[in-house]
Design a protein around this ligand. Structure first.
Ligand code: BG6
Length: 489
C-alpha cells in the first residue's frame, strides 16, 4: 500500500550514501507505486551546491544504478525519475546551527517527516538535539516525525548507551529507526520465513540435533577509501555487534508471537542477552599484509591510504560464542568476518550432528559428509542442504551431495539497493526491521570484553596475506574443537 503523504529530509543529502543508495531506493519505491504522488525530498547539507548540481549528481548515480546492477540493463523510467527530482529541494546549512532547523521547519510546514541522518556519527547527537529544541521532532495526532540513525551506533557499550540516552531525551523510542542494512536484505528476512513457515526445520533446530553454527561475512575488498574511518573502527566494531549479531539473532531466536515490531525485537533481545560475553581467548584478530590475487599484487593494510605504518587495527576477526538457554546450551556459534579474503561470501551454515554410522562403519571419517544447511545471504542468494548419498556402483560408497535453492531460479526482480524495504517501513511506521535500544546495547555487551582487552594492548595481531582465507589462528580456533571452517572459495 502507498505510504502516507510526507517528506523525507536527508541530512547529508549531498553525500555518497544519498546518491548511491537512498535515491535509487526511493526511485524503486516510486516505480512500485508505493510513494504518495506528492512525496517530497529535502536534502540538507553544508556543501555549496545548487539544486541543479545536486540533481545532476543524482542523475549520474541513477544511470549508473540501473545499468550496473541486475543481470540485464533496465531502462530508467524517466517520467518517474523526473517526478521525483521535481519534488526534491536543497537546503544549505550547518547541522550545528539553529538557523538550519528554523529554515527546515518553514519549508516542511505541518507535514509528516522522516529525518534520515546520512551523516558522520559525530553529528547524530547534535542533529537530534536540534530537532528536539526546534520543535521539529514534535508529533501530534495527525503528523508523525521519525528519525533514522545510520551506523556506527556508538563505538563501544558505554558510548552506545550514552547515545541512546541522548536520543531518548528528544525522541520517543517509537520515533527512532536505528538502521542495520543487513536487515534490509531479502535473504536475511528469509531466515524467519525459512524457520517459521516450514514444519521440517524447527524440530531439528536445537542442541539435540545441531553440532555448531558458522556465520561468515567475508569480503574481497580492502578498506578502499575509508582508511580514516576504518582505522578507528576495525573489523570487530564495524561488523560484529551489528550485522553479525543480527544474523545470529535471526538464526537463534525463538519464534515471535507475531510480526509486530516489539514481538520480534523482544525475541531478539532475549537471545542476545543469553549470549556469553566473548572470551578473550576465543577471539582472533587479524590484519592483512600484502598478497597476490592471481597475477595481481595486493597491498597490505598498512600500505593503504590514511593508515598508520604501525597500525594495530584489525581487518579480520573470528570468535566462538555460546548461548545460555535451553535451545542452544553447548552449541558453539563461530563467527568470522574480514576484508581482503578469497571470496565475497556471507552465509550461515548450520552443521547438524553426525548420524549414528553403525551401517557405514567402514567408511573413513573424512568420507562422511556432515549434514549442513547453508543459508546464502550474498552474493549468491538461496539455501543449500548438504547430505550423503550412495555413489553409483557395485560397492557401497558414500559421497557428499548438495540440494540447492537459488532465488534467481524462482524470482526475477529488478535491481534493488537493499534500502527499499527499510525506507518504506520508516514511511509507514513499521519498526520490525530496526534495532531497538536494548538490541544494540546487547550486541555491544558481547564484544565489550574483547574491546577492553585489546585496548589494554598486549594482544598479538595475526597477520594474513591479502587474497587468502584469513589467519592460521582462526583455523586453530576451530581445530581445537575438532572442527573446520567451510571453505570460502
Ligand atoms: C558496512 C561496513 O556496514 O557493511 C563495511 O561498514 C562493509 O565495512 C559493509 O563493507 C558490508 O556490507 P555488505 O552489504 O556489502 O555485506
Amino acid at each position: 500500500k502507498c505510504a502516507p503523504r510526507g517528506a523525507l529530509v536527508i541530512f547529508g543529502g549531498g553525500g555518497d550514501l544519498t546518491k548511491r543508495l537512498l535515491m535509487p531506493a526511493i526511485y524503486n519505491l516510486a516505480c512500485a507505486g508505493l510513494l504518495d504522488e506528492d512525496f517530497q525530498i529535502i536534502a540538507v547539507d553544508w556543501a555549496e551546491m545548487t539544486i541543479e548540481s545536486l540533481r545532476e549528481q543524482f542523475q549520474d548515480a541513477i544511470n549508473d544504478f540501473v545499468t550496473r546492477r541486475g543481470t540485464s540493463a533496465i531502462a530508467l523510467r524517466q517520467d518517474v525519475w523526473d517526478h521525483l527530482l521535481e519534488r526534491t529541494s536543497y537546503l544549505r546549512g550547518s547541522f550545528e546551527e539553529a538557523s538550519t532547523y528554523t529554515a527546515l521547519s518553514e519549508r516542511l510546514g505541518h507535514q509528516n517527516a522522516v529525518f534520515y541522518l546520512a551523516v558522520a556519527a559525530r553529528f547524530f547527537g547534535t542533529i537530534v538535539d536540534h530537532l528536539g529544541e526546534s520543535g521539529l521532532a514534535q508529533e501530534d495526532d495527525e503528523t508523525y516525525r521519525r528519525v533514522v540513525i545510520e551506523k556506527p551506533f556508538g563505538s563501544d557499550l558505554a558510548s552506545a548507551r550514552a547515545l541512546n540516552v541522548r536520543l531518548l531525551s528528544s525522541l520517543e523510542e517509537s520515533q527512532i529507526y536505528r538502521i542495520d542494512h543487513y536487515l534490509g536484505k531479502e535473504t536475511v528476512q528469509n531466515i524467519m520465513a525459512l524457520r517459521f513457515s516450514n514444519g521440517i526445520f524447527e524440530p531439528l533446530w536445537n542442541r539435540q540435533n545441531i553440532d555448531h553454527v558458522q556465520i561468515t561475512a567475508a569480503e574481497v575488498v580492502g578498506v578502499e577509501k575509508r582508511g580514516r574511518f576504518y582505522e578507528s573502527t576495525g573489523a570487530l566494531r564495524d561488523m560484529v555487534p551489528n550485522h553479525l549479531m543480527q544474523l545470529l539473532a535471526m538464526t537463534a531466536m525463538e519464534a515471535p508471537t507475531s510480526f509486530e515490531a516489539d514481538a520480534v525485537r523482544d525475541e531478539k533481545s532475549k537471545v542476545l542477552s543469553a549470549i556469553h560475553e566473548a572470551s578473550v581467548h576465543e577471539i582472533v584478530r587479524g590484519q592483512y599484509i600484502s598478497g597476490m590475487k592471481g597475477e595481481t599484487a595486493l597491498k597490505g593494510y598498512r600500505e593503504e591510504p590514511d593508515i598508520g605504518i604501525g597500525s594495530q587495527t584489525e581487518t579480520f576477526v573470528a570468535m566462538k560464542l555460546g548461548i545460555d538457554n535451553w535451545r542452544w546450551a553447548g552449541v558453539p556459534f563461530y563467527l568470522r568476518t574480514g576484508k581482503r579474503l578469497t571470496q565475497r561470501k556471507t552465509e550461515i551454515a548450520i552443521h547438524f550432528k553426525q548420524a549414528p554410522f553403525a551401517l557405514f562403519r567402514d567408511t573413513p571419517v573424512e568420507r562422511l559428509t556432515p549434514n549442513i544447511l547453508i543459508i546464502h545471504i550474498q552474493p549468491s542468494e538461496g539455501v543449500t542442504l548438504q547430505f550423503s548419498a550412495k555413489v553409483p556402483g557395485p560397492a557401497v560408497r558414500l559421497g557428499g551431495v548438495r540440494m540447492n535453492f537459488n532465488y534467481a531460479d524462482w524470482y526475477s526482480d529488478g535491481p534493488t539497493t537493499g534500502y527499499e524495504t527499510l525506507i518504506y517501513d520508516c514511511l509507514v511506521g513499521d519498526q520490525t526491521l530496526f534495532q531497538r535500544a536494548d538490541n544494540i546495547e546487547a550486541g555491544w555487551r558481547v564484544v565489550q570484553p574483547a574491546l577492553s582487552h585489546w585496548n589494554s594492548g598486549g594482544v598479538p595481531m595475526s597477520f594474513y596475506p591479502a587474497g587468502t582465507d584469513g589467519p592460521r589462528e582462526a583455523d586453530e580456533l576451530m581445530h581445537r574443537d575438532g572442527r573446520r571452517w567451510l571453505d570460502l572459495s
